[in-house]
Design a protein around this ligand. Structure first.
Ligand code: AMP
Ligand code: ZN
Length: 110
């Protein structure tokens, strides 16, 4: 998708070091980390949010990627977040799953 910053990262138009990659997903460090570990997992294919995500292969690939990334980094306890829509805090409209770890994470988040 043109002018999508995360598509540009997938296509390597914006240089980024992937902490993980498979056929359907990539993962990289968040630019503005909210915890010592803050990784974004995204599908290579563009979907704006959960609301547009209609590909079951991609749905399962995202969960598999979370398991693989955390295993690779040796993280057993972490928070996953997907913001959907502006009022929920979504700022980049290419679906992404946040993985946060490395500090106590309060619940509810507020
Ligand atoms: P959200 O607010 O859920 O849409 O999350 C978007 C996240 O993308 C934020 O945590 C940003 O810090 C992060 N972000 C934006 N641009 C980049 C980038 N070029 N590389 C890595 N992370 C980014
Ligand atoms: Zn995109």
């Amino acid at each position: 998708m043109e002018n999508c910053i995360f598509c540009k990262i997938v296509n390597k138009e914006i240089p980024s070091k992937f902490v993980y990659e498979d056929d359907d997903t990539v993962a990289f460090n968040d630019l503005n980390p909210q915890a010592p570990v803050h990784i974004l997992v995204i599908p290579k294919k563009h979907f704006a949010s959960i609301n547009e995500l209609d590909d079951e292969k991609v749905m399962s690939a995202l969960f598999k990627a979370v398991k693989n990334v955390t295993k690779k980094l040796g993280i057993e306890e972490y928070r996953t977040v997907i913001n959907t829509g502006e009022s929920a805090g979504q700022t980049v409209f290419h679906i992404h799953l946040h993985i946060l770890a490395g500090r106590p994470l309060n619940w509810p988040p507020g």
